[in-house]
Structures are given as C-alpha cells and as structure tokens.
Design a protein around this ligand. Structure first.
Ligand code: TPP
Ligand code: MG
Length: 693
C-alpha cells in the first residue's frame, strides 16, 4: 500500500490515518493477546479530530508548560494514546523534564504492547512514557486529575499572565467512558469543576452504552447530560463518533469559550468496523481473534494480512497537521516568553523553577521555632504554622481541605493568600468541599502541572481518597496529603473517626513518604524534607491533641527526622538494656517512661521513628546503631494497629498498640483504657528486660 500524499485526497488521508490508529490498536492487542481494542477503534476519529485540528500540543516538546493537556481517563483504551504518540512523533523526556531526540513511542514499542519493560504498558503510565500526562486505569481517576489540571491552568493564568502576555491559557481535554462517569470520584470532580466554573476543561464522553458486563443499562440509566447540566456544565452532543464535522463543531464550540466546563457526549459503537463484536458484551476487553481481525480490516478496506501497517503519507499527514500547528503554537509562545523574561524576570524565574520542581531561594525562611513546652502543642497546630511560613515563600504552593480546614489547619492565613473560587482564580486556598476522593485526584492533577499542592482531611478519611494517594506514589509525583486527628487521641468523635489500620496501610505503599512527627520540632523537620521531595508523595499524620515540645538541649536534635528514625534519648554510655520506640503522640510517652526507668536505675533508649520508609533507606550501619541487634528488650508504642512493629521489636519485644476499634470518650479515658500510659510502658519495658535475660 505505497500511497503518497499527492495521490490521495485529504478525505482519503483522513480515513487512512484514522484506520491506521484503529489497526495499530487491533494488531497490538492481538499480538499481546491481551487488552482492549474496542474503545480505540471507536474513538479513533474522536482522537484524530482533536489532535489534528484542535489540541495545542507540540510533539517536539511534550513538556512545554502551556501545552493543552490530553488525559485518557478510560485508560483501558491505552492503545489509542500510544498510537497517537507514535503517529504524531512525540519526543521522549528525561527525569529533568527535558525533551530528548528519541521518540516517546516507536512502532517497536507498539509491537511490544503490554510486555515487560516496554513503554507501552497495559494502562498509560506517567513518568514511563512521554506525552502521557497522568497514569490512568482505575476508572474515574483521570477525570479527577483533569479537574486539578484545569484548576492549575486557571491559577497559573491568574498568577502569571499580564496584559499582552497570555503565558498560560491551556485547555484540558479528557476522554472518558461510562465507567468513569459511574465512579463516585467522577461525580465529585464534575460537581467541583462546575462550581469552580472551569471553562478550560472539556470532557469527551464515549457514550457507547456498554461496559464490561454488557449493556450499560443493566446498571446505568440516568440522563448524563441532564446531570452535567445540573452541575453547571455546558453539554454538547455528537450523534456519531465517525462524523468529523460534528466533532469539529463541538471542539470548536468549546474553544470559542463558555464560562462553564464542557461535556461533549459522543455516541459511538465499541469495536467500530468489527463485524460481530460491537454491540455485544463479548471481547471488548479481549483481542478480536485472528479471523475477526481479518474481517475487520476488510471492512476498513485494509490489506487483511498486513500487520502494524503505517501507510505512506500517514506520518507526514500528522506532521502537516498537529506537528505544524503545534510547533507554531509553541514557537509563538516561546517568542512571547522571551519578551516576558525581559519584562517580568521574577515571574519568569518562578515558571522555570516550577518546571524543574525546584524551590525558590529562601523557601524556608521565617520558620517558627518551638521552645520546650511540657503542655505542648498539637502537631496539627505546629504544622499549620510551618505550612503558612513555607507557603509565604513559595508562591506556587496552594491547596486546601475537604471541608475541614478549621480542624486540619491547612488554611493559608497570610495577607494575599486568598480563596480560589470561580472568578477569583489567584487565590491559594482551595475549598474542595466534602469530596475527599476528588481532592486527592485534583491535588495530583495540580502537581502534574507543577503546582506544589496539598490536600487535608482527617486521617481516617484517607480511606475515601486512598486510590489517589496510591496513584501519586505510582506516578512518583510530590503530592502532599495532610491528615490530622490521627488516632484514638481525637477522643469523643469515637471509632468512626479514629484511625486504626491507616498507618499500616499507607506504610505498605511503595514510594510513599509517611511522617508521623512526635513534637512541634519534628513537624518542622518533616516539612523541610517533604518540601524537597521531587519524585515522591508525602503523607503527614498529625494529632488533634497537644503533645509536649521536647527539650532539645536535653534530648537529641529533631534533625534526626531526616534519617527516618533516630536516638532521641539514650542510656549512659550508649549502652541500653531496653529500647523504647514510638511515633507521633506516643514519643513523649516513651520519653516520660524513659525518665522513670532511669530513676529506677534501668538503662533505656528512646528511638523516635517518624518515617519508616526513610529509616529503611539508611545504611545497615546506621540502622544497627539505632537498633543494636544485641539489645533484644524492645518496646514499641503507637496508638494504631500493631501490624508491622514486629519488624522492629523482634520476638522478645513488646508491642503496645490497638487490637480493636477505638471508642467514644474523653481522651484521658481512652488512653487509660487502651494502655497508652507511662505505667504500661514502664511495665512492658521491665517485662521485656526480664524476658531477654
Ligand atoms: C475502578 C475500576 N474498576 C473497574 C475497572 C475494570 N474495568 C476496565 S474497563 C471497564 C469497563 C468500563 O466501561 P466503559 O467505561 O464504558 O468503557 P468501554 O468498555 O465502553 O470502553 C471496567 C469495569 C477499572 N479499570 N477501574
Ligand atoms: Mg462504555
């Protein structure tokens, strides 16, 4: 099929290009013997029209800051995205976000779809494949992320644009399916986007009326358009996914602008062109099978035996379309930015630092100091002060809470911080409403657009947003999650609000940096580490109740937090009989027990362990220095599930923790009932010493 561009009409080239997207998806899924061909086949014209005519994206530079974002929320259609990345010639990037010569996805990568170490994994993965703006697959996350990307776009425009300098005006386009719109996170995110009037956001809904189990009406019969109208979205319809004119009209209407987010409902047939499989529930999560592949190719007018065929003229066609348009947009922007650098050097420098996830000089100036204080201060309060100090120095730090800002102390209170609301997009305090999951997804979306973003709620409600926290870790992006009310120590709200297993759960997430600081000075140190993370998300677990601010002239410096765990108080000569270890509010309990043991002539050491993940990264020497294997008498104290502590206390150790759900009562009664008292710790220490002898 050697056809040159000259011999084809533009209509034929269009069809050829669209069918190339389709057949690449079919062949890749067939070769992998795994994956979803149906959605890419149906959505090929929808993606083609968007990328070729509308998306402001330069394949030569997939990290250009003002590029339009394209999110494939129905991540099972990953081959659609890989085909677009290959056909449009998107370039690779390195971890410093600079584009390199090689291609993000080659034809060989497509042939290795879903294989070990390929750049074309089952679902699109940010960080692995350039041009993939976010990791999708768990349905609903991508649309949630896209709301954060649109929030970021609005904020970036409000903060950086100046008359004559539209440095930021990107749009966010998101493909989604029935599954995305059924997921709760999708509804939360859509509601928030409507409230915030994110006019730069466009979701394209693949209305194929089918999901994995069969016709969608088995479970999904609402009027989606009406629902989105009620959310405050502008709803457009395209009656046939193959109608390029209607698609162009819809995209054009979005680009002309409205003051609401846009939903384009596109009616489609899954597995378009395939003679049997569309409109059935079979095989849309499976390869077509050799015979079906042939028949489908025949229906497309495609050579039946050709595999991974990219007809002559197709790559050039994309170069003439998105390639040429994208380059023009980026060059225009680069010229504008060169002028901007001269006129607004400080703002330009901020943009450059953001792109590299660097911090501005003096980012840690003005941090509070916390003097020794036996009565102490809740770590949520010390954290709120530290956050406010740092955010004043980092202009692109913004975030908020899921309706608990007064409790979780995430509010930025300094002059000019402002609220982010429809029409006042320069504000830095976000009101996520009671929408934890959308908050998590939106924070990730903002972070993907280089905002230093955080979201706060009660620790227990991490359960409502855990999938987004997990994806931040998988993506290796520095999202920050601030969780207060971290144990039974929250008191009267009772077991519905008291986290038990959440620490164990999050400590099991790879790449996630979880800190449960023991006092106000550990809070400062934790924040310093968190701010310098570029490729890992952080969770900060904080108390509602006051904890003593330890005397750091008597005990070790809180800078030990950087090692994850450190010797806070030691036996004379560094030769303990027993090691007491804990985190958060239980650290001071260990310290008081230590003092009492010392008064009794027993030699104890206290190890504060705010971040297990960091401790595990230390040298074996250091870890053995902190927890010498010869000292078998060990006691851990943490008001949470005991799961995992056996790793540190060993077989002869004692674990003081929670073995059941908490209860509703004043804190002092709860601590007594569940054994978080000095007497119990001392008793356990004595028993451990006895047993280890
Ligand atoms: C949170 C989540 N639950 C379940 C799945 C498994 N899954 C993958 S595709 C799919 C069907 C989704 O239907 P739809 O969004 O309509 O996509 P289509 O099959 O029409 O392409 C399901 C349930 C998933 N990826 N994520
Ligand atoms: Mg569907």
């Amino acid at each position: 099929m050697a056809v040159s561009e000259q011999t084809l009409t533009s209509k034929q080239l269009e069809t050829l290009s669209i069918n190339t997207i389709r057949t690449l998806a079919i062949d890749a899924v067939q070769q992998a013997n795994s994956g979803h061909p149906g959605a890419p086949m149906a959505l090929a014209p929808v993606a083609y029209c968007l990328w070729q005519q509308f998306l402001r994206f330069d394949p030569e530079d997939p990290t250009w800051p003002n590029r339009d974002r394209f999110v494939l929320s129905n991540g099972h259609a990953s081959m659609l995205l890989y085909a677009m990345l290959y056909l449009t010639g998107v370039r690779g990037t390195n971890p410093e976000y600079e584009s390199r010569g090689e291609y993000a996805v080659t034809l060989d990568d497509i042939k290795r779809f879903r294989q070990l170490d390929s750049k074309t994994p089952g679902h699109p993965e940010y960080r692995l494949t350039a041009g993939v703006e976010t990791t999708t697959g768990p349905l609903g996350q991508g649309i949630g992320n896209s709301v954060g990307m649109a929030i970021a776009g609005k904020w970036l425009a409000a903060h950086f644009n100046r008359p004559g300098f539209e440095i930021f005006d990107y749009s966010v386009y998101t493909f989604c399916g029935d599954g995305d719109l059924m997921e709760g996170v999708g509804s939360e995110a859509a509601s928030l986007a409507g409230h915030l009037r994110l006019s730069n956001l466009c979701w394209i809904y693949d209305n194929n009326r089918i999901t994995l189990d069969g016709p969608a009406d088995a479970s999904f019969t609402e009027d989606v358009g009406e629902r989105f109208s009620a959310y405050g979205w502008n709803v457009l319809h395209v009656a046939d996914a193959n109608d390029l004119n209607a698609l162009a009209d819809a995209y054009g209407t979005f680009q002309k602008g409205s003051d609401e987010p846009t939903l384009i409902i596109v009616n489609s047939h899954i597995g378009y062109g395939s003679p049997h499989k569309h409109d059935t529930n079979e095989a849309h999560g499976e390869p077509l099978g050799e015979e079906e592949v042939r028949l489908t190719k025949r229906a497309y007018g495609w050579p039946e035996d050709a595999k991974f065929l990219v007809p002559d003229g197709v790559l050039e066609h994309f170069q003439q379309g998105i390639g040429r348009r994208g380059r023009a947009w980026r060059e225009k922007w680069t010229t504008l930015f060169t002028e901007y650098v001269k006129k607004y050097p400080e703002l330009a420098e901020q943009i450059n630092q953001m792109q590299r996830r660097e911090l501005p000089a003096g980012w840690d100036k003005g941090l509070p100091s916390f003097p020794t204080d036996a009565k102490g201060v809740a770590t949520r309060d010390s954290s709120g002060k530290v956050l406010n100090a740092i955010a004043q120095n980092v202009p692109w730090m913004m975030g908020g809470s899921a309706d608990l800002a007064t409790s979780d102390r995430t509010r930025l209170k300094f002059e000019g911080a402002g609220d982010f609301q429809a029409g006042s997009y320069s504000g830095r305090n976000l009101h996520f409403g009671v929408r934890e999951h959308a908050m998590g997804a939106a924070v990730n979306g903002m972070v993907l657009c280089k905002i230093r973003s955080y979201g706060g709620t009660f620790f227990n409600f991490n359960d409502y947003m855990k999938p987004s926290v997990r994806l931040a870790a998988l993506m290796e992006i520095p999202s920050i999650f601030i969780y207060t009310h971290d144990s039974i120590g929250l008191g009267e709200d009772g077991p519905t609000h008291q986290p038990i297993e959440q620490l164990a759960q999050l400590r099991a997430v790879p790449e996630l940096m979880l800190f449960r600081p023991g006092d106000a000075n550990e809070v400062i140190e934790a924040w310093k580490i968190i701010m310098q993370l570029k490729h890992k998300p952080a969770v900060l677990v904080l108390t509602r109740q006051p904890v003593p601010t330890l005397d750091r002239s008597k005990y070790a410096s809180a800078s030990g937090v950087e090692k994850g765990a450190y010797i806070l108080a030691d036996a004379p000569g560094g030769n303990p009989e027993v090691i007491l270890m804990g985190t958060g509010s239980e650290v001071s309990l260990c310290v008081t027990a230590y003092e009492q043991l010392a008064a009794e002539g027993l030699k104890a050491r206290v190890v504060s362990m705010p971040c297990w993940a960091l401790f595990e990264q230390q040298s074996e020497d250091y870890r053995k220095q902190v927890l010498p294997p010869s000292v078998k008498a060990r006691v851990s104290v943490e008001a949470a599930s005991t799961l995992g502590w056996d790793r540190y206390v060993g077989p002869a150790g004692k674990i003081i923790g929670m073995h059941r759900f908490g209860a509703s009562a004043p804190i002092k009664d709860l601590l007594k009932k569940f054994g978080f008292t000095v007497e119990k710790v001392v008793e356990a220490a004595r028993a451990a010493i006895g047993q280890s002898k």
